[in-house]
Design a protein around this ligand. Structure first.
Ligand code: GTP
Ligand code: MG
Length: 202
């Protein structure tokens, strides 16, 4: 299971310092953004990243160990580019204590659950609380219900997630890394919500 095997420092993308304090570059047209993915093991974090960065889905690769780093740049309609420096964390409980290393200084947190797993939705809520306590005060948070292709096994209602996201000032979207549904949209919507872009466009 898993979409990207991961040993820190041995992954695709360019490496960077773990404690990148400056999560975005100053140039308002070429933003650099530190993004962290959090969520229970098996919800599809690595698959979302692999789909976004390489356009692939690999149902046979490994569970994430520690964390994995990849980067991807997108161009927006107003000719702004946003380079996402993505830390894909390991959801297994034994790695939970490492999470602050990755979310510290992050401008964006993507909290993922699996729409077929209520437990994973509860775990997502745990990560939201953790980020509210210890994340950057102006962090942009997205709540992502992944595996939307498995809608016949759905056990978390979209309405419930929308409600939770609204109450917590988060952006919500359902995705499928398998079919690619809403994966690019997720990152484009995040890019639009970056505080640096709000101030540069005003
Ligand atoms: N049907 C379906 N399966 C998916 C989807 N995304 C991921 N999976 C499957 O879910 C399993 C776990 O995916 P991963 O991306 O490794 O999960 P993870 O959240 O990175 O897990 P950890 O690395 O342990 O934290 C794999 O078997 C994937 O094939 C999806 O959108 N739809
Ligand atoms: Mg993973």
């Amino acid at each position: 299971m898993g979409c990207a095997s991961s040993i820190p420092g041995k992954n695709a993308g360019q490496s960077t310092s773990l404690n990148t304090e400056h999560s975005a570059a100053n140039d308002p047209k070429n933003l650099r953004v530190k993004l962290v993915l959090l969520g229970d093991s098996g919800v599809g974090k690595s698959c979302i990243v692999l789909r976004f960065v390489r356009g692939q889905f690999d149902p046979t690769s490994k569970v994430t160990v520690g964390a994995s780093f990849l980067s991807q740049t997108i161009a927006l309609q107003d000719s702004t580019t946003v380079k996402f420096e993505i830390w894909d964390t390991a959801g297994q409980e034994r790695y939970a204590a490492l999470a602050p290393l990755y979310y510290r200084g992050a401008a964006v947190a993507v909290v993922v659950y699996d729409i077929t797993s209520p437990d994973s939705f509860l775990k997502a809520q745990y990560w939201v609380k953790e980020l509210q306590k210890h994340g950057s005060p102006d962090i942009v948070m997205a709540l992502v219900g992944n595996k939307a292709d498995l809608h016949e096994n759905r056990r978390v209602l979209a309405e419930e997630a929308v409600d939770y996201a609204e109450k917590n000032g988060m952006f919500f979207i359902e995705t499928s890394a398998k079919t690619a549904d809403n994966i690019n949209q997720l990152f484009e919507e995040i890019a639009k919500r970056l505080p640096q872009r709000q101030s540069s466009s005003s």
